[in-house]
Design a protein around this ligand. Structure first.
Ligand code: FAD
Length: 410
């Protein structure tokens, strides 16, 4: 049996998992990385803590043309396989909040260190500062890789693990997509996801810097498509904060496919309309309405919302008519924000879209177009919600492809 010679293009999350798994199965592995170190995005992930995965993994946490694709991958390399994989590298993890898993050290750097150590100990060769510029395939030579420095290498198999195009400063680029296209694949529309949102209404700027716990609902073409609760941050261009990042992919995908998108902002998610009406009435006395509302909202917020209703801030709270109070409740429970152009990829945690999963086999991530080519991680048209889902897909798809690619040819 001949040992398989495998190139892994990209030493990020998926590439590292692929390389270690392929080498442990006996393959000869060379990893090409254009940057100076392994896993720059991993090192920056989870605000430096690295939200490595999540206890609750379901296809429902993923987006793309066919999110159920992830079930095949997790069926072959599950959360438990991932835990064992990291334990085999000497890295235990711990749950921190809402099922989110982190390295026990709570340092993203530790994850990069154990992966690099694992790549080397598994016997892989790792070449930093090597940007793969072209990959060609022929029946005789199999894969020819040419780097930007014009070095040439031959391989039996290639695992493309170049990641998405977001955060260029951490290695994001569209090179991986171009390499896939050059080998006959297609790429769906690329959209920034897990990203702040521009909002058309420039007057929202008056709330800049305010943080508040809200519920956001994304309404696409008139239908409720996404919902999240958590902290919003008002900015000079629109909205940010975890709750915004959660629904941003849904909103941006809608905008780039010419659908209408609206965001309904609920400032009092713990109250029903009726409860909020009763609550406001209970605090209304002969103070002005603005003073009254400033006891339950942050400064600047009452003024902003009252201005939309044309209720003079100087009116006594107990003089506000029932119909006006109902309007106030409506705006607090469902102020409509109209999103503008998506913010740039430079600010997006992930790239939504990519190589269609229908172009790879679901049990291995091997290309249906070129035998021996595997496509993994963010490069595929799969992106996850906030909460460790993107890294989990990278670990699992990389490991599945690494194991499949290493099977010796006879
Ligand atoms: C700031 C930030 C925070 C994040 N936090 C989290 C988090 O906490 N939890 C979570 O689940 N996800 C998080 N993500 C998303 C997660 O990091 C990515 O989804 C994941 O790293 C994708 O893995 P990948 O291997 O596909 O790509 P990457 O990890 O991006 O790796 C791709 C690698 O390929 C290299 N490369 C590209 N093209 C070439 C080429 N032509 N030749 C050679 N090398 C090349 C790149 O330099 C890079 O090192 C975060 C992302 C960012 C930007």
């Amino acid at each position: 049996m001949k040992k398989k010679k495998i190139a892994v293009v990209g030493a990020g999350a998926a590439g590292a998992a692929a390389a270690i798994n392929a080498a442990r199965e006996g393959a000869e592995v060379v990893v090409f990385e254009k940057q100076e170190s392994l896993g720059r995005k991993i090192a920056a992930s989870g605000n430096g803590l690295c939200n490595i995965s999540n206890l609750e993994i379901s296809y429902k946490n993923y987006n793309g043309d066919n999110p159920r694709f992830v079930q095949n991958i997790f069926g072959r390399f599950s959360l438990e396989s991932t835990r064992s994989f990291f334990l085999s590298l000497g890295l235990p993890w711990r749950e921190r909040q809402q099922g989110r898993l982190y390295p026990y050290s709570l340092q993203a750097r530790t994850v990069c260190d154990v992966l690099l150590d694992g790549v080397i100990r598994a016997g892989c060769e790792i070449k930093f500062h090597r940007c793969v510029e072209s990959i060609s395939y022929s029946k005789n030579d199999k894969f020819t890789i040419i780097t930007a420095g014009k070095e040439k290498y031959l391989f039996d198999s290639v695992i493309l693990a170049c990641g998405g195009k977001s955060f260029a400063g951490l290695g994001g680029s569209d090179r991986g997509y171009h390499l896939a296209i050059s080998l006959g694949h297609s790429v769906t529309e690329l959209v920034p996801a897990i990203v702040p949102l521009n909002i058309h209404d420039k007057s929202l700027r008056r709330l800049e810097g305010i943080k508040w716990d809200v519920a956001l609902t994304a309404i696409i073409d008139g239908k409720k498509k996404d919902f999240s609760t958590g902290e919003i941050l008002f900015t000079k261009y629109g909205i940010s904060g975890p709750v915004t990042l959660d629904i941003s992919g849904t909103v941006n995908r809608a905008l780039t496919s010419n659908k209408t998108a609206e965001i309904h902002l609920d400032l009092f998610p713990d109250f029903s309309h009726e409860q909020l009406l009763t609550f406001i009435k209970s605090i209304s006395d002969d103070r002005t309405i603005i003073k009254t509302l400033e006891t339950v909202l942050k400064k600047r917020m009452p003024e902003f919302f009252l201005s939309h209703l044309k209720i003079a801030p100087s009116r006594k709270a107990n003089s506000i008519k029932e119909s006006e109070l109902l309007q106030l409740v409506d705006i607090f429970k469902g102020h409509i924000l109209v999103p503008g152009e998506p913010r740039p990829f430079a600010e997006a945690v992930v790239t939504s879209g990519g190589v269609p999963v229908s172009e790879v086999y679901p049990n291995s991530c091997e290309s249906k177009i070129v035998n021996g080519l595997y496509i993994v991680g963010e490069l595929l048209d799969i992106d996850g919600d906030c909460g460790g889902y993107n890294l989990q897909f990278a670990w699992s798809s990389g490991a599945v492809a690494g194991r499949a690619a290493s099977k010796p040819s006879s």
